[in-house]
Design a protein around this ligand. Sequence first.
Ligand code: MIC
Ligand code: SF4
Length: 641
Amino acid sequence: MGLTITEKIIKNHLIEGDMTPGKPIGIKIDQTLTQDATGTMAYLEFEATGLDRVKTELSVSYVDHNLLQSDFRNADDHRFLQSIAAKYGLYFSRPGNGICHQVHLERFAVPGKTLLGSDSHTPTAGGCGMLAMGAGGLDVAMAMAGQPFFFNMPKVVGVHLTGELTEWVSARDIILELLRRLTVKGGVGKVMEYFGPGVATLSVPDRATIANLGTELGATGTLFPSDEVTKEFLKAQARESDWQPLEADPDANYAEIIEINLSELEPMIACPSSPDNVVPVKEVAGQPVSQVIIGSCANSSLRDLMVAAKTLENRETSKEVSFEINPGSRQVLENGDELGVLKTLIHAGARIHQSGCLGCIGMGQAPATDTISLRTFTRNFPGRSGTKNDKVYLCSPETAVASAITGKITDPRDLGPAPQLEMPDQFIINDNGIIPPLEDGSNVEIIRGPNIKPLPEFDPMPEDLKATVLLKLEDNITTDHIMPAGSKILPLRSNVPAISEYVFSQIDPEFAKRAKNNAPSIIVGGENYGQGSSREHAALAPRYLGVRAKLVKSFARIHKANLINFGILPLTFVNPEDYNSISQGEQLTISGIKQALLDGADTVEVKHEDGSTFEARLDLSERERQILASGSLLNWVKAQL
Ligand code: MIC
Ligand code: SF4
C-alpha cells in the first residue's frame, strides 16, 4: 500500500515503535530550533546533560520573543543564549533578525527532514515539505542531546485542494475555513497533509501560513509536498541544493479526507476570543477598528507586506486606525526596502516595527480599551494582547489592509480589483543576523545574568496521592490561561520561583498562594486542556507550586507531554460525566498511584472525601510511566546514566 508524506518521513527516521496510529514512536530529529522565551530553560536543561556539543545536524537558537528591554533581564538572556550557541555548536539568530519560523523557512528548512522546535508553531516549516513539530523545551534539549523524540504516531488526514483562490482571497482564508469546520481540537493526534491540484497554485509562504495555523487546530503537524514550487522558493533563497521532490504515493491511505474547493472560498475572520470562532468577513463588516497589525509567524512574509503595499498605492490608511507592520524577518525588511514596499507603507501611514513576535505575545502593541484590534496573528485568546477584555479579530493581510483604509472591518472585495503581485525570482540574501557555530566552543564562557536561576529539583511520585482540587475549569483552557505571557511575565522565563507567582493569575490572582498552602494539589478541566503554546513553564511552574495531577476530559498533545516531563500526572475521566461530581476545594485520593504506574495499569480509582469513587484513565507509554514515577524526565535520565 502507498504511503503518505508523513509516513515516508517517519519511516526514514523511525527509531522505536511501529507506525500504528495512536501508538508511541520515537524518531530521529535532524534539526532543532528554540526561541528565547522557551530557549533559556531548554539550554539550562541541555547543560544538565553534561554534553559538550549538540548532536543534531543543525540547531538554531533564535531571539524573537523578548525583544522589549525594559530592564537588564531580557538583554541578559540574549547574551546567555549567544554564549550557549557559541559553546555548544548552534547557529544564533540575533535579536531583530526575525521570527524563528519565518527565518527557519527562509534559511534552514529542508524537505524530507525532521525539525523539533520549542515553539508550537514549528510546523510552519511543513510548508516546505519538512516534518516539523512543536514540543516543550526539555524534549528539544533531549533531541539536541541526540535522543529520539517520542510522540504518538499521528493519524494522517488528507486535505484535498481543488480549484483556485479568487481575487482578494488568500492562504489565510483556507486555514480559517478549516478552523471554522474543525475547531481548535479538530486536529489533535493528526497530521494535516495537503494534496490535489490546488496545491500547485499556492506559493511556499502561502503553504507556510497554512502549516503554521494547523497548530491552532491542535494538529501535531502539517505537511505540503515538495514540488517545483518548493524548488523555486529554495532557488530564490539560493538553496536549490536543499531541494528534493517529495509527495504522497498515488494510492496513499489517508485516515480521512477533507475536500476544499479553493474557488468557493471567501474572506474569513476569527472573532474574539478563539482562533476557531470563524465567520465570513461580510458578517461582521462595518464595525469600527482602532488598530490593524500585519505580522506574526502566520502572515508576515514579503508577500504579505507586498499585498498591503500594493493595495495602499494611491490610498491612505484611516486616521482613526493605528496601522502597524511587524515584518517577519530582516530578509523581508531588506527585500521590502529594495522593492519600494516599505516606502509605500510608510507613505500610507504605517508604523513599521522591528522583526519579531512583538504584540503577538503581548510584548507591546496592546490595543485601547473597548476597541477592536484586527490582526494577522495566530491567536486571540482572552487578554493575550495585554488589554483586559480585549476584542481581537484574526484575518488575512488583504482583510487587514482593507480595514485599515476604511477604519471599519471590511471585506477586501469591496475595494474593487485586486492588485497584481510580482515576487522576485531571487531574494537579497544577507545572513549577517545569523552567527554560525564555532568549530570548537570549549573555551567559551557562558554569560549568566542574575535573573537566571537553576532548575528546581523534583521528588518522585508518592506511593499514594491525596490532593486538593484547587481549580475546576471548563473546556479549551489554553496555556495562556495557565501561565500567561506578556511583557511583565515573559522576562521571568529563566526564573521558575519568580514566574510561578503568576500561574493562573488571570483566573485567580490568589492561585499561587493557595497552591503553596494546599500542596499537593490537583487541577480539574474539560476537553482539549492545555491547548495553544508549547511553553513548558505551564507545567514546570505549577509543579513548583505543588500541583501533582491534572484530571481532565482530554489533553492537548504538547501540554500533556510537558506535564509528564515535569512529573505531573495527566489523568482523564473514564466517564466524562464524573467531571460533574467534583467540587473545587475537596480532597481526592488515589491510593497506590506509583505502583499503578509501574504495573502498567490503564485505570485508577479516585476517591471523593465522602468515600464514593470513580475511574480515571492513565493513557501512558511505558517510558512515560517511568518518567512519572521518578518525578521528572531529568530525574529519569539521570537515573539511567
Ligand atoms: C505563543 O505563540 O504562544 C508562543 C509565545 O510563541 C509560545 C511559546 C512560548 O510561550 O514561549 C508557543 O506558541 O509555543
Ligand atoms: Fe511569536 Fe506569535 Fe508566532 Fe508565537 S505565534 S512564535 S509569539 S509570532
